[in-house]
Design a protein around this ligand. Structure first.
Ligand SMILES: [Zn+2]
Length: 217
């Protein structure tokens, strides 16, 4: 995981959507899906290896990912993934013929526009966001069944489509994660936006300079 995303995770943990959590998973939905675990104020790694939740396999027969494997989470919930789903859905609608509302959508729509179209009642936009949100929910459920973090925070540009993704992800988590009645309390949209990285970097600098724990929440 790159340093910027790590700093953003720390920023959300200390001052943003994860400020009530002791342990947190941050997913950064950009063109791909970045991830970081924070526990007790520290970024978690194992044997020097950062978690790659974005490359968790959702479907063994799924589309080919940039990493070379098939069906990774980011082939559904990253920016490229959502654009792929949109293009394929529009192509299928065109081939099937008949009257659909797919004609109201352009293949280069941003996730935010897609979310707005879904809110306005466009069924095709809802179907695209369902596929992305469902995969996101499966990925988060798989993580929660291994590490029961207090909160999951979802940031990055694709989080602009949060309204369209959230319901499907949350429903999936309620069905797939063990002992997990989320009632919406577990997963949150990131609160700091682009300020998350600078906030995390600032707090980390204070921590290193003082060589002591980051001030309590
Ligand atoms: Zn991958």
């Amino acid at each position: 995981m790159d340093n910027d995303a790590t700093m953003a995770a720390l920023g959300e943990y200390w001052r943003g959507a994860g400020r009530e959590a002791t342990s947190m998973l941050m997913l950064t939905l950009g063109s791909g899906v970045g991830s970081a675990f924070v526990s007790q104020g520290k970024i978690m790694e194992m044997n020097g290896f950062s978690p790659e939740v974005g490359h968790m396999v959702i479907d063994l027969d799924g589309p080919v990912c940039h990493c070379g494997k098939r069906g990774c989470l980011e082939t559904y919930a990253g920016g490229f993934g959502i654009q792929r789903i949109l293009k394929e859905t529009l192509k299928s609608a065109q081939e099937a013929g008949g009257h659909t509302d797919a004609g109201d959508l352009h293949p280069s729509l941003t996730p935010l526009d897609l979310s707005r179209k879904a809110e306005e009642g466009n069924h095709t936009a809802r179907e695209v966001l369902f596929q992305a949100g469902y995969a996101l929910g499966v990925g988060i459920s798989n993580v929660l069944n291994v590490f029961r973090v207090d909160q999951v925070v979802v940031g990055g540009g694709i989080a602009n489509a949060w309204d369209g993704l959230y319901q499907h992800a949350e429903e999936t988590i309620r069905h797939q994660a063990f002992r997990c009645n989320t009632n919406g309390a577990l997963i949150h949209k990131a609160a700091l936006g682009e300020r998350a990285g600078i906030t995390g970097a600032g707090l980390s600098a204070v921590h290193h300079a003082a060589n002591k724990k980051i001030p309590s929440k």
